[in-house]
Unconditional design. Structure first.
Length: 250
């Protein structure tokens, strides 16, 4: 059973509530060693921090003064939650994205797949797990396969595009960053999010070219975008498509 979607208007650790713009907002309130009242709106809702000596009436007044900002942030959280895809199901018969296409997970315990744990066969991913395997074993086995595929593919695409851009990368690694698809360092080290392997090849290539271009321009200046466009003239379209991607959570 999936967990219910959090309601950002009611923080799960709420210990106070107030009316803001006609809306009841239940928030987490804490006092501590700080000089001013602080507000934070995150995936769980509104958190308020205040100095130990600040009267509650002053805290409530501050919230009323910031009501438009708080409600706007809470609406943004609600919108992101509505757009978020459902959590990935880890079981036989579920589907996993790979190179932009849905692949059916099929149990095939008769094969070890040479230690890889899984093997792609058409639109099916055959997974060498026993009948009693649970969701965590499915997750670990399939994600390990995705990571191996990702590293091999990313290495191949980096080697393909680097000569076209006139750069050399020193090494490639996989990342699991929460907000970045990739990163590049001045020493030539590049890290790419392993989940990129689940996206269409055109978007994978965009991120690869983007990070390689940083080896010439370590910024996002007009000169940087000209480097990207020298290899991918449609980079604007690819970048917009990447921004719309919402991958399932584990």
């Amino acid at each position: 059973m999936s967990s219910p979607t959090p309601d950002p208007l009611r923080h799960p650790r709420a210990n106070r509530a107030c009316r803001l713009g006609g809306v009841t907002v239940a928030y987490e309130f804490q006092r501590g060693q700080r000089r001013t009242v602080g507000l934070n709106v995150g995936p769980l809702g509104l958190s308020v921090r205040a100095p130990r000596w600040t009267p509650l009436a002053e805290v409530e007044g501050f919230l009323q003064a910031k009501a438009d900002w708080v409600l706007d942030k809470l609406r943004q959280v609600q919108e992101r939650q509505r757009q978020a895809p459902p959590a990935q199901v880890w079981a036989e018969g579920a589907r996993i994205a790979y190179l932009g296409q849905a692949r059916l997970l099929v149990r095939d315990p008769a094969h070890g797949f040479e230690g890889a744990g899984a093997a792609l066969q058409g639109d099916r991913l055959l997974v060498g797990l026993p009948l009693q395997a649970g969701p965590e074993q499915w997750r670990q086995t399939v994600q390990a396969w995705l990571r191996r595929e990702a590293l091999a593919l990313f290495t191949q695409r980096l080697n393909h595009f680097a000569p076209q851009l006139g750069v050399r990368h020193t090494r490639v690694g996989l990342s699991n960053a929460g907000t970045r698809w990739g990163s590049a360092r001045a020493d030539g080290a590049i890290r790419l999010h392993w989940r990129l392997v689940q996206l269409p090849p055109a978007l994978i290539d965009y991120v690869v070219v983007h990070e390689l271009s940083h080896l010439r321009e370590m910024n996002h200046s007009p000169a940087f975008w000209r480097v990207v466009e020298s290899v991918l003239p449609d980079q604007d379209e690819r970048r917009r498509a990447l921004r719309r991607i919402r991958l399932p959570s584990d």
